[in-house]
Design a protein around this ligand. Structure first.
Ligand code: MN
Length: 142
């Protein structure tokens, strides 16, 4: 099963770029143009990862990240924020909102894909069978 990525981005060119890039790397990408639909789309699509533009009309990415974090199911999904903000304070604010990762615009495609793959690597693979190697974080001796 390909991993699923919900992409929330109001800019049509960026939305297409992100979705094309994700699909080229074997992910299933679901575009969301209107931030007001992001939470319901996440409930419906059940993504493994959410890519969230911070600057959206009607609702900010900060608010959406907060709403998802407050939800018992959606709160477990990692969020990668994408933003034109670039100061250290902005990055702190994005992380404080609950985003696990952050990529600044203009987007470096290599960094974008690298961050997606890093976040995917942190996700428990529910399709994996019992033969998988034990997660060292589950070591009771620690
Ligand atoms: Mn935007």
């Amino acid at each position: 099963m390909p991993k699923r990525v919900l992409v929330v981005e109001d800019n049509e060119l960026n939305l297409k770029l992100f979705c094309d890039l994700l699909r080229a790397h074997g992910y299933e990408a679901e575009p969301v143009r209107d931030g007001r639909e992001a939470v319901s789309a996440a409930r419906r699509f059940r993504p493994d990862l959410v890519i969230m533009d911070v600057q959206l009309p009607h609702v900010t990415g900060f608010e959406l990240i907060g709403q998802m974090q407050a939800d018992p199911v959606l709160g477990r999904i990692p969020i990668m924020a994408v933003t034109a903000y670039s100061s250290h304070e902005d990055e702190e604010r994005i992380r404080a909102a609950g985003a696990r990762s952050y990529v600044a615009k203009p987007i470096s495609l290599a960094r974008f894909v690298d961050q997606v793959e890093k976040l995917m690597a942190t996700i428990e693979d529910v399709d994996a069978d019992a033969a998988k190697t034990p997660d060292p974080r589950e070591d009771p001796a620690r």
